[in-house]
Design a protein around this ligand. Sequence first.
Ligand code: G6P
Ligand code: MG
Length: 218
Amino acid sequence: DIKGFVFDLDGVITDTSRYHAQAWGQLADKLGVEYPGLGDAVKGISRMDALEMILKKGGLAGNYSAAEKEALAAEKNANYVQLIQNMSAKDILPGMADFLADLKAKGYGISLASASKNAPTILAKIGLSDYFTKAVDPATLQYGKPDPEIFVKAAQLLDLMPAQCIGLEDAAAGIAGINAAGETSVGIGDAELLHDAAINFTETSQVTLANIEKAMND
Ligand code: G6P
Ligand code: MG
């Protein structure tokens, strides 16, 4: 039986993925790297891994020292932090506040599996911190998505087995991680991009307990 829900943040609870895409796009432009589909490619990918992807795409992988890479990543993050400055409860994606309230009222476990070091700031800005007292600290991770590590840890925080958990993701790397962890994956967004998800919804407004139960019984 399902007893817990493990949430990605960016692109699932709030639409910050467009800000990540914008800030990485700015950096890629500055580096002279053309990267079609960059926005989707960096979804779910940790800050340093995303930088490596961009450098690799531009054939620049060997051109920067570790310190220079840190500086480039810090520059992207500074731009990103600017873009999220004015976020508030209005930036919660449709239906997600109701979904969280419903899960809490019904006694389901709720935890966060976001790779973002900005997650606590964002949750505070949109007023959802109280739901996510259980959150994996991405600084403690050895591997980024698509590795299952973050999703396994998010289930452990709930004292649940992965099989008792549903994971919600907007990123292909995240769906792969949820599946590898042995949780039930719910993909939110482009069903083609997220074809490996056990359950697909195109919009967050479709994410309800009733719809998930229905999909699981199909
Ligand atoms: C999420 C986003 C990624 C982002 C990562 C790290 O997984 O989907 O696009 O790169 O978090 O975010 P951070 O805020 O730590 O740079
Ligand atoms: Mg995401």
